[in-house]
Design a binder for this molecule. Structure first.
Ligand code: FO1
Length: 312
């Protein structure tokens, strides 16, 4: 049994590699700090990205949304004076409609997600980190921005000064997440190559979650989302720079220091292994860029082998 912590596109790719190898022996715990209500619909961007990716229907160009989309509904929304900045495709809207209706009827996000995953033929368990509301706020010189306003509407252009997760103090990890992390048969926990600040920190910041990880009896490893001084996708590198950090796998190691046993870094960063090992973190140097489906399974297998070596 393996648990993976994931956010958006990069995390979903490794989760997909793990899912191809492990099937129902994998639980993916997903960030919901990006969730928001839009056009009256409950949108869970990271859950959607992981779900579509594991279902094999993700849009290969964007990484988010559904492959082969049409945009009739959104075009009509814009024509009627509604917001067109957040791109909801016709197929994608179906998921938001079904989820929103079921949440309104009183089901929780974990149950709704499980049913949608079953209907899409996904064997792995995809678990929202919480059934409670947590909203990531990005602090900027212009004041705090809601995450999607920062990410999509403002295209991550405005420099960040920090992050907050509104509601997190009153949120709980879902019972399913607690049960996975408490499972004594768990072989490893893996932090996918997701943005440490806005994808992984909301998960780690849930009350009690870090304690569950500290009490684990299996190795905890992370995969660096920074390769050769840059992020493969998304604003992680830009955020590091704006926060005054060195843009490197070493900073990722520093971020997770005291929590992880091992860090997987790219061959481009082989020269950093010594510094990271000196922090007390075992290091695996291997290709981490996932361009093809095979890259995903190869990296997933390397992570499983690394975890097995850390167990010994
Ligand atoms: N990301 C964008 O950059 N532009 C969009 O218009 C957009 C729409 C969208 C719709 C549904 C969904 O599930 C995700 C969507 N994303 C979009 C991705 C998403 O906002 C981000 O990737 C995550 O929040 C960051 O992990």
């Amino acid at each position: 049994m393996i648990a993976a912590l994931a956010g958006g596109v990069g995390g979903a790719k490794l989760a997909d590699g793990l899912a191809r190898l492990l099937g129902d022996k994998l639980s993916v715990i997903v960030n919901t700090g990006d969730d928001f209500e839009h056009l009256g619909l409950a949108i869970s961007p990271d859950l959607d990205t992981v779900t579509y990716t594991l279902a094999g229907i993700a849009n290969p160009e964007t990484g988010w949304g559904v492959a082969g989309e049409s945009w009739n509904a959104l075009d009509q929304v814009a024509k009627l004076g509604g917001p067109g900045w957040f791109r909801l495709g016709d197929k994608d809207i179906a998921l938001h409609l079904v989820r929103s209706q079921r949440l309104r009827r009183g089901e929780n996000l974990t149950a709704v997600t499980a049913d949608i995953c079953a209907r899409l033929g996904i064997a792995a368990r995809i678990l929202p980190m919480t059934d409670d509301s947590v909203h990531t706020l990005v602090d900027t010189a212009e004041g705090p921005l809601a995450f999607q306003d920062y990410f999509v509407a403002r295209r991550c252009e405005i420099p960040v000064t920090g992050f907050r997760f509104a509601g997190i103090a009153d949120a709980k990890p879902s019972p399913a997440v607690v049960s996975v992390l408490n499972d004594r048969t768990l072989d490893a926990v893996m932090i996918c190559p997701s943005n440490p600040f806005v994808s992984v920190d909301p998960i780690l910041g849930l009350p009690g979650l870090r304690d569950l990880l500290v009490q684990r009896t299996c190795p905890l490893l992370a995969v660096s989302p920074i390769i050769g001084g840059t992020a493969v996708k998304g604003p992680a590198a830009k955020m590091m720079r704006e926060l005054g950090l060195d843009v490197s796998a070493t900073s990722v190691a520093g971020h997770y220091r005291g929590l992880i046993d091992g860090l997987v870094i790219d061959t481009a960063d082989a020269g950093l292994a010594g510094t990271i090992e000196a922090m007390g973190i075992k290091t695996l140097v291997t290709p981490t860029l996932m361009k093809t489906a095979e890259d995903r399974t190869v990296l997933a297998q390397s992570c499983l082998d690394f975890a097995a070596a850390l167990r010994r």
